[in-house]
Design a protein around this ligand. Structure first.
Ligand code: PMP
Length: 458
């Protein structure tokens, strides 16, 4: 029997990324409040938020300073915009701070409200840039299978997951996908991470040559893949990829929507993985997820072209009502101040070895094939046979079952395609809470193993 609130939910809400027919039966998990790394449901049951919501609440829940920053800005000037040269001090100050922090040459910051919008803007600007430079054929975008870049039409085209393409008439023409850089699944037996990276770089080069280098505008990649499985690239991957991109004048877009602002123990994921992008997309942890904000860095060459084009075209035809929303900017300024003042990112780096030790120990569990990550993010894969790496039938829903057991154990984690389970807690998690998280996850895996046996799954 669903509760009153659950019944109202089922009757009224179209839930994003939800198995809609199952949801009618099971109803929602309704959360009511949060504190530190914990969230509480309407029955008062606590859960460790092992996913930081959706990879975003880096500072945990109920951070009074973020709440106060929003309250003050709401009272002062809840809305104005940046259209037609209008401006406000929170947007100016935040852009200055981000310019300083960006690990790439940055002339300007463009703001929007989500990761999808940020990546859509990247595509549009890559096209606009090449039109301005008189090479209108240089428009194709290369992404990776299992990459995740959002759901708006261009971003969903770059996303490399079947659920975002099937029956959505996507990807759009001109969007291509190369292999997922996942050593555990993609490497040949005995192939080192470095030679696997070299093989992936060769695949990228063949793709660019097949399409024609003068038709390829950009390559987009998350430093660590998130929604596609929490997958760490093999050693040497980005340097190998970059050598190819620079040979053919193809821009590298780093999708830092998850990795930006400390997730890998560095301000940006690019810094942890020897990645030298031309531009960065960010969102999520820039406000610790408290209010929606996204954006991208604009490199000096692009900035110059944009200014030149506006002379010709009479203005810059892109932007949304909430580009640089003052409340979002005020909260982001405060979040970054806290990251710096409280050494949150250095703290994440210090806690990472403990987190990664606990994670990799799970690879010894009977049903776990791989358990790997970087900083405070990790993914594990459930397999039917550890030696052959064979998986259960997708419809058995083994990882979903594990996540449901974790929830009963008071832990929120997320299952992803390929029977993977992602872990991505708030950066403020303490070593004791890390232990508690992995103790609960271990119990969930034990229960999953017992369930597999009782169901007779092969
Ligand atoms: N890029 C990455 C790497 C993401 O993880 C996400 C969201 N999970 C997006 C883009 C899209 O962001 P949003 O959901 O805010 O549109």
């Amino acid at each position: 029997m669903l509760s009153n609130l659950a019944t109202r939910d089922v009757e009224t809400l179209l839930h994003p990324y939800t198995h809609l027919s199952n949801h009618r039966r099971t109803g929602p998990l309704v959360l009511e409040r949060g504190e530190g790394v914990h969230v509480y449901d309407t029955e008062g049951r606590p859960y460790i938020e092992g996913m930081s919501g959706l990879w975003c609440t880096a500072l945990g829940y109920s951070n009074a300073e973020l709440v106060e920053a929003a309250r003050v800005q709401m009272g002062r000037l809840p809305f104005t915009h940046l259209f037609s040269g209008r401006s406000h001090d929170p947007a100016i100050e935040l852009a200055e701070t981000l310019k300083e922090l960006m690990p790439v040459p940055t002339a300007k910051i463009f703001f929007c409200s989500s990761g999808s919008e940020a990546n859509d803007t990247q595509v549009k600007l890559a096209w606009y840039y090449n039109n301005a430079l008189g090479r209108p054929q240089k428009k194709k975008i290369i992404a990776r299978r299992k990459g995740y870049h959002g759901v708006t039409i261009a971003s969903a085209s770059m996303t490399g997951l079947p659920a975002n393409h099937m029956d959505w008439d996507l990807p759009l023409p001109g969007f291509l996908h190369v292999s997922t850089p996942h050593h555990y699944r993609g490497a040949e037996p005995g192939e080192s991470e470095e030679s696997y990276s070299a093989r992936l770089a060769a695949e990228l080069e063949e793709t660019i040559l097949r399409e024609g280098p003068d038709t390829v505008a950009a390559f987009i990649a998350e430093p660590v893949m998130g929604a596609g499985g929490a997958i760490l690239p093999p050693k040497g991957y980005f340097p190998a990829i970059q050598a190819v991109l620079s040979r053919y004048d193809v821009r590298l877009i780093a999708d830092e929507v998850i990795c930006g602002f400390g997730r890998l123990g560095t301000w940006f994921g690019a810094q942890a993985l020897d990645m030298r992008p031309d531009t960065i997309s960010f969102a999520k942890a820039v406000t610790s997820g408290y209010v929606p904000l996204g954006g991208i860095s604009i490199d000096p060459a692009l900035d110059e072209v944009l200014i030149g084009q506006s002379e010709k075209l009479g203005g810059f035809g892109h932007g949304t009502t909430y580009s640089g929303h003052p409340v979002a900017c005020a909260v982001a300024i405060k979040a970054i101040e806290i990251y710096r003042r409280d050494r949150v990112i250095e703290g994440a780096a210090e806690k990472a070895p403990h987190f990664q030790r606990r994670l990799s120990a799970l690879a010894d569990h009977d049903i776990v094939g791989e358990a790997k990550g970087l900083g405070l993010i990790g993914g594990l894969e459930i397999v039917a046979d550890k030696a052959s790496r064979r998986q259960y039938e997708p419809k058995a829903g083994v990882a979903a079952r594990c996540v449901a057991f974790a929830q009963e154990e008071g832990l929120i984690v997320r299952f992803l395609a390929g029977d993977r389970v992602a872990v991505c807690p708030p950066l403020i998690i303490t070593p004791d809470e890390i232990d508690s998280l992995f103790d609960r996850l271990t119990r969930a895996l034990d229960r999953t193993r017992d369930w597999i046996r009782s169901e007779g799954l092969k």
